[in-house]
Design a protein around this ligand. Structure first.
Ligand code: ADP
Ligand code: MG
Length: 298
């Protein structure tokens, strides 16, 4: 393609909310034959809501949620925000909820959070966090997790003073049109893969819903980048689509990194292409534009 064609292609992209950072990104996109999608905030809307709670201890739901919110209010994680939002339903002043103070708060990346609230040790997160903290998971909690994950929701375990006190089910539905985008990519001979820090059960359910066969779950940021390099080593030209800080190593490693515009600044900086309208369809827009610009016209 001539420099003029590249300029035109980049301009057309910009006018459609697809920001292409340079000619190299536009060129690489037409060769992509494998796309790795982050789950939360990329395939899903990224606006999780609490949909169910199962208490395993004899305590009031309000008491449970106050302890939980006091802990999670210190976290930036979208799951934490959904829990705090839900907890507001149990207090009088929803605008200015006065959660008890949390001491010794720590966030364990990819696993959950921990703090002392009202002299109780609160631990909130996934199964592996509970295992790391030597907290036994009762059968009832296991059952609830399996059920929740089967519905493509995320189950969060809440431990109070070393015992699992409840399970919170959080739903984050697919973005509109997600299934269609995956099926169009298939017809374009492009393979799709899901990677997520979330658990295997939820990942499998979401992947099934969207029509993706290959899944990598419980992935740390470096695991996501490593998957990109593995696929490249087997000959794929790989695009990564993500929105989070935890996606940035993979966005950099990919042949084409695409960030969701509503994502974190770090992801947007790491990406070669930014999808300003937060639409998954624009993954196809970007590839089409590249194909039009770079495929030889004879
Ligand atoms: P994702 O790729 O889904 O954004 P993360 O790596 O951020 O995943 O988190 C992985 C998992 O760790 C979450 O699905 C959740 O189970 C748990 N987790 C992380 N942070 C929190 C938190 N603040 N509260 C509860 N659970 C959390
Ligand atoms: Mg994400």
């Amino acid at each position: 393609a001539t420099p003029t064609a590249v300029m035109v292609g980049t301009g057309v992209g910009a006018s459609q909310g697809v920001l292409i950072k340079g000619g190299q990104a536009l060129e690489s996109a037409h060769k992509v034959n494998c796309i790795i999608f982050d789950k939360t905030g990329t395939l899903t809307a990224g606006k999780p809501v609490v949909v169910n709670t199962q208490l395993l201890k004899n305590m009031a739901l309000r008491e449970f949620y106050v302890l939980l919110a006091a802990t999670e209010v210190n976290s930036e994680h979208p799951l934490a925000k959904s829990i705090v939002e839900h907890a507001k339903g149990f207090v009088e002043d929803k605008e200015n909820p006065a959660w008890p103070e949390a001491r010794d708060f720590i966030a364990i990346t990819g696993h959950g959070v921990k703090a002392i609230v009202e002299n109780k040790e609160i631990i909130v997160g996934n199964k592996s966090l509970m295992l790391d903290q030597s907290i036994a998971i009762p059968l009832e909690a296991e059952d609830m997790l399996a059920k929740v994950e089967g519905m493509a929701q995320t189950g969060i375990l809440v431990s109070i003073d070393g015992e699992v006190a409840g399970v919170v089910a959080i739903s984050d539905p697919l973005k509109p049109g997600a299934q269609e985008v995956i099926s169009i990519l298939k017809s374009m001979k492009i393979r799709s893969i899901v990677v997520t820090g979330d658990n295997w059960g939820t990942a499998k359910s979401i992947a099934k819903e969207v029509g993706i066969e290959t899944i990598i779950a419980e992935a740390k940021p470096e695991d996501k980048a490593e998957k990109v390099r593995d696929l490249q080593a087997s000959g794929y030209i790989v695009a990564m689509v993500g929105d989070g800080i935890n996606d940035s190593p993979a966005l950099v490693a990919a042949d084409v990194g695409m960030a969701i515009g509503a994502g974190t600044d770090i992801a947007i900086e790491a990406a070669d292409i930014v999808l300003m309208k937060n639409n998954l369809e624009d993954v196809i827009t970007a590839i089409d534009l590249s194909r039009k610009t770079f495929s030889r016209i004879r």
